[in-house]
Design a protein around this ligand. Structure first.
Ligand SMILES: [Zn+2]
Length: 317
């Protein structure tokens, strides 16, 4: 045996060993037991795994695969359907079925706008369609008074996790940005979501104040003549999402704030709300928002709020 192995290996190298183990794997032919482990460890796995159907299913987080595993992965989302899903321990990964239909946000399109970006853009843009008033395209946002973490980093971290949570509930999620190194004016962000025809836009921000004692969470909603068509629905969404956010995070509820001076609202033709999650100029909240566990609570609250909003919208339809 000791002298056979080197010979076999040499033959293999000369005579196209790439084909042998792969062919053996695919056809189910057992390779010679002495050499198969050594060879298959190297060549076979990557070649062999490619055609397997599993990876392609795994690539798609949104669609169907059984609701049970996806909700289990998300500590964040333990919403209404969870109990019934939890009763079914069987993963039921059969791709032919359409469990996406059973997910609460199936067919719903959500826009997420993580506020700001790494560099402010002071190019002026119209505050609203037809308005002569001009405003900076994107402001720089606030930053942690203690942590010095910029707001744009936090909003993106929350946005990316919120996308996962909403997708796990069946939603199709569009983001205005997935990187901090972008330059997208607020009006453009609104128009992007208009064109996609999303059902709701969530804008993610953190607040700041010179007074370090100011703390809590607010929900901003549009309130302009040019947003008449979306004011009522945005308010309804804002109330519901704010309630769930406060419940999940335990922050002080600063309530809803009607705003007519925000470009990102005024250019929107779809319902839109803006969560000012915490004050980064407050020591406690600056500390909290810089922890993954608190950001997970923010995601949980926002996701639950979206679920509640669409559940109620469906009831009223
Ligand atoms: Zn902001």
């Amino acid at each position: 045996m000791r002298c056979c192995l080197p010979i076999l290996l040499a033959l293999c190298l000369l005579g196209g060993c790439m084909a042998a183990p792969a062919g053996a794997d695919l056809t189910g032919e057992p390779a010679p037991p002495e050499i198969s482990p050594a060879l298959s460890l190297g060549a076979a796995p990557s070649f062999f795994m490619a055609p397997s159907p599993a990876p392609s299913a795994a690539k798609e987080p949104v669609p169907s695969p059984s609701p049970a595993p996806s909700t289990a992965k998300e500590p964040v989302s333990s919403p209404s359907p969870a109990p019934s899903a939890a009763k079914e321990p069987v993963p039921s990964p059969s791709p032919g079925e359409e469990p996406a239909e059973a997910l609460p946000l199936a067919g719903i399109k959500i826009g997420l706008d993580p506020g700001h970006q790494s560099k402010a853009n002071r190019t002026q843009e119209h505050l609203a369609p037809g308005s002569d008033l001009m405003k900076n395209s994107v402001s720089s946002g606030t930053q942690g008074r203690w942590s010095h973490t910029p707001e744009y980093e936090i909003t993106l971290l929350v946005g990316l996790k919120l996308r996962e949570a909403l997708e796990a509930q069946g939603a199709t999620v569009y983001m205005t940005r997935e990187s901090n190194e972008v330059n997208i004016p607020n009006s453009e962000r609104a128009k992007m979501m208009n064109e996609l025809g999303v059902d709701l836009v969530l804008r993610l921000h953190c607040d700041g104040n010179e007074d370090a004692s100011v703390h809590g969470s607010s929900m901003l909603i549009p309130n302009n003549d040019c947003t008449k068509a979306i004011n009522a629905e945005s308010k309804r969404a804002g109330e519901i999402i704010q309630k769930a956010f406060i419940q999940a995070t335990g922050r002080k509820d600063r309530g809803l704030r009607k705003r007519e001076d925000m470009t990102g609202f005024n250019w929107s033709t779809v319902p839109v709300v803006l969560s000012e999650m915490v004050f980064m100029t407050n020591e406690e909240e600056d500390g909290l928002i810089n922890t993954e566990s608190f950001r997970a609570l923010c995601v949980e609250g926002l996701c639950q709020g979206v679920l509640d909003y669409f559940a109620q919208r469906e009831e009223q339809a």
